[in-house]
Write a protein that binds this ligand. Structure first.
Ligand code: FE
Ligand code: FE
Length: 255
């Protein structure tokens, strides 16, 4: 039988534990604090390639499928997109999409870095992974936040919606000036599974979001199926990818 990815009902304890804390502590207020803390991008100055090397010590505890080094996951994702014949902006997006996980190396716990993301400030949709674990979230008792729309207006557009804090939103803040909007949508919403896989929260999305989610969905197969791939010789492909990066980014970025 082919291996099915993202099966959480038999998730190992550490995946369950991560979501238990994530769902209890990702509140509207918490996300506001984290956005403000990281908005100045004053943690480090480094190139994209340096960030890839910096990230390499990190193993994602939310992923039941992969214990690959992160640089391999990034290169494998980019290589699959390249081999499928997609344009440069898509390949470079694959290459960088998880660099926001350096949040963990800045001291953030994994529950505030990885895992599926979802809107805060309104009711948690039942299609969010491990939905039952939201019971401990104080926003569930707060009448400002526990209705369908919460603090938002119908179809206000995701740009106005606070997503649970993690590597997606953080990396979006770092690269927003350098990539086209399709790429930015992939960076910002690739962990928003309830929306791009189950169609949830369409009542917060606007026309532009729906158009961009076509790209977010098309990215998913390239992100998931990495475990079976052969390890990539990093130094062999490095010149090609440094060249590609130079077409989109300055030598150094503020992180
Ligand atoms: Fe990711
Ligand atoms: Fe990924």
């Amino acid at each position: 039988m082919p291996h099915a990815f993202r099966q959480y009902q038999d998730a190992p304890d550490h995946v369950f534990d991560l979501y238990a804390v994530n769902h209890a502590r990702q509140t509207f207020e918490f996300v506001g604090e984290k956005r403000a803390e990281y908005a100045p991008l004053s943690k480090r100055v480094m190139s994209v390639w340096q960030a890839m090397e910096f990230l390499n010590s990190f193993v994602d505890e939310s992923d039941p499928d992969s214990d690959l080094p992160q640089i391999q996951h990034l290169l494998q994702t980019a290589e699959r997109i390249r081999k499928a014949g997609h344009p440069d902006w898509f390949v470079v997006t694959g290459l960088i999409h998880d660099l926001g996980k350096i949040l963990h190396l800045f001291g953030e716990p994994q529950w505030a870095v990885v895992g599926d993301t979802f809107p805060v400030g309104c009711a948690f949709h039942e299609s969010v992974v491990m939905h039952g674990l939201f019971d401990g979230n104080p926003d569930l008792q707060d009448p400002r936040y526990n209705t369908r729309y919460g603090v938002y207006r119908p179809n206000c557009g995701l740009d106005l919606v606070r997503m649970s804090w993690g590597h997606d939103e953080y990396l979006y803040q770092v690269v927003r000036e350098y990539l086209p909007e399709e790429a930015l949508a992939i960076v910002r919403y690739h962990s928003f599974y309830s929306a791009h896989q189950h169609g949830a929260y369409d009542y917060l999305m606007n026309k532009s979001d729906h158009a961009l989610f076509k790209y977010v969905r098309s990215f998913q197969p390239f992100d998931l199926y990495s475990k079976a791939d052969a390890l990539i010789d990093v130094e062999a492909v490095r010149p090609f990818y440094e060249d590609l990066l130079a077409r989109f980014f300055p030598d150094e970025l503020a992180w």
